[in-house]
Design a protein around this ligand. Structure first.
Ligand code: ADP
Ligand code: MG
Length: 262
């Protein structure tokens, strides 16, 4: 089946069942992402952002509805989908290169080719001088770059990022956002970024999707366009200096009810 969409979420709902009862986490989510497009999901804590990524990663089956990658239904973990979490989960006893190769080993890839690609990716992520270091020797920002290289080593078409920078200080966040976007665009990935940082969503992605409070539904969709740069997509850092940035920020701030406790 051919599909114009890299990712297609078709009417997905999810209920969690626990001993305490039932939680409707997501309700009737419909969403499509084209090849090479970057989108972000924002919304208050508990609105179902991580739940949606877990469904896309094939870790959690939806209660109803389906998700597709290039027209193929996702029914379990899929090598075409890479998932990068807030915590880097690097193994302390493995070198940076060995950590980067983990996914390739699990997927039984040709290890000589994987190692070549891992080294190229680490270089691209600015970590070429640290191949034989151990995670404890790296700063938080460097660890996240390694986590990105590890996510990309198996060459997924889709990259899911769940609050990947939230453990980093604000200065590191700004510089790593530029680098990460650079690498992901260069690699031609389709990206879904979950963040609670409105600025990050505006600066890094082409389209911002606001989820309502639980049960998470799509509340609104916003296209990030920057006419002031003459049509050229600004880097995340440049975007923050564009006049459009504040306008988008104000609109999205109102949309997510960020000023309301909860
Ligand atoms: P977000 O990432 O937007 O903060 P989550 O997707 O983590 O939100 O959670 C959405 C809702 O589902 C929350 O109310 C959360 O408490 C609930 N939830 C998440 N995971 C589970 C689970 N494994 N079992 C039961 N409820 C869960
Ligand atoms: Mg979450």
């Amino acid at each position: 089946m051919t599909s114009p969409y890299r990712i297609h979420v078709d009417n997905v709902s999810l209920r969690y069942f626990t001993q305490q009862g039932e939680t409707q986490a997501l309700q009737n989510i419909n969403l499509s992402v084209k090849p090479g497009e970057f989108i972000s999901l924002i919304g208050q804590s508990g609105c179902g952002k991580s739940t949606l990524l877990s469904i896309l990663a094939g870790i959690l089956p939806p209660s109803s509805g389906s998700v597709f990658v290039d027209g193929e239904t996702i029914v379990g973990p899929n090598p075409r989908v890479g998932y990068m979490l807030q915590q880097d989960y690097l193994f302390e006893w493995r070198t940076i290169l060995e950590n980067t190769l983990l996914g390739a080993q699990i997927q039984n890839k040709d290890m000589a080719a994987a190692e070549k690609r891992a080294i190229q990716l680490l270089q691209k992520c600015g970590m070429g001088d640290y191949l034989h270091h151990y995670p404890r020797q790296l700063s938080g920002g460097m660890r996240q770059r390694v986590a990105l290289a590890r996510t990309l080593v198996t060459n997924p078409d889709v990259v899911l990022l769940d609050e990947p920078f939230s453990a980093l200080d604000s200065q590191t966040r700004l510089s790593i956002a530029d680098e990460v976007v650079d690498v992901l665009r260069d690699e031609g990935k389709s990206v879904i970024l979950v963040t609670h940082d409105i600025g990050e969503a505006i600066a890094m992605t082409d389209r911002v999707i606001v989820l309502s409070r639980r049960p998470g539904r799509i509340k609104s969709v916003h296209h990030m366009e920057f006419p002031s740069t003459g049509g050229k997509r600004p880097t995340p850092f440049e975007a923050r200096g564009c006049p459009e940035f504040n306008d988008y920020f104000n609109v999205l701030w109102d949309e997510i009810d960020a000023h309301v406790e909860g």
